[in-house]
Design a protein. Structure first.
Lengths: 201, 201
């Protein structure tokens, strides 16, 4: 059985939890508190030298880090990852977009605003994160104005990857209501079978 | 025939150029000067709303952005992208690592130090980029101390993705000589058949 090491209030970990639910894949979940340094212990670094969750244990001594690589692995053979060459490349295009042009702004703003104290020095970074975060939302809005989902016209792991931090972007101060196509897509994703919400305690 | 829009001195564009050479895939190359705003024109944004190179034209009106998604697409069916489920996931793991934990530090330091004037205000960012850039090099060193390449024991597109900016990390001020396994790997990659160097004019 798969074991996931993850932090339930983290969007990157939530991607994996949502996919496991939607594909009804049996697994165990080991809650790993990044704020308490649980990804910095020698034991954790032996499993993932990069010190990040989520981390999927595929077998004895075999670990897969990187949330989007985990999505690809778990969705293999399911309709959520297209099997054809173009569909796979187009899915990866949006997943790399998410990690490079979206998460570092939208997720980081959320982390600073939601999980650090109001007087923390990192608050100074937030205004600078808005420019590029809004740019990413603009790219998404353009796509979703003409299509219901990111790849072809079907729900896929690209939607899961982008949903994770987009639907809680307001936590970081982003005004999602400016993006009606993104907002409608959030509702479509949340209406998928076996959808589960992000834990926001 | 494929057409690539790319910037020859950019590591992300070079990944595509190197793979096309190694797989001997016929293509045309349209040099696109990011420093002159060529990725910000309405014509370019119609092809890639995210305004970035490299961009692969796969067919009429069909464009694929994101360097690592392009590598996956072009390497499909070749030995450079493993066909088995674990091999693919493990390759993607390193490619997502590259875009999230490596490129934003090592490539950005190079950009600031090599392409901006010495008195540019962004020089102030560089010391902050070293911590996380060196952390990425440490993760690579650990892998390469025990294996010749990143995935299994064979050269793959994960090596191409990580080679692009690692081998010119000194341009940004990184001391690569502290990482003997990385340095030896750079030499192994540069000795691959049909290797071509990054243009560093």
């Amino acid at each position: 059985m798969y074991k996931v090491l993850g932090t339930s209030h983290s969007g990157n970990s939530y991607k994996v939890k949502l996919l496991l639910s939607q594909l009804q894949i049996p697994h165990t979940w080991q809650e790993t508190d990044i704020l308490q340094g649980a990804t910095r212990t020698p034991e954790f670094l032996a499993m993932n030298p990069n010190g990040k969750v989520p981390l999927l244990q595929v077998g004895p001594g075999r670990y897969l880090p990187e949330s989007n690589a985990i999505l690809c692995y778990l969705a293999d053979g399911s309709p959520l990852w297209p099997a054809d060459r173009w569909g796979r490349a187009d899915t990866l295009r949006w997943m790399f977009f998410e990690q490079y042009s979206h998460e570092p702004y939208i997720a980081v703003a959320r982390f600073i605003m939601k999980f650090l104290p109001p007087d923390h020095s990192r608050r100074a970074e937030v205004p600078g994160l808005y420019d590029r975060g809004y740019k990413a939302l603009g790219v998404m809005e353009q796509r979703l104005s003409a299509h219901p989902y990111f790849v072809g016209d079907a729900y896929s792991i690209a939607d899961i990857a982008l949903f994770a931090y987009t639907h809680v972007a307001a936590d970081g101060g982003f005004a999602l209501e400016r993006y009606p196509a993104v907002t409608a897509w959030i509702e479509r994703v949340a209406a998928q079978p076996r959808f589960i919400p992000l834990e926001t305690h």
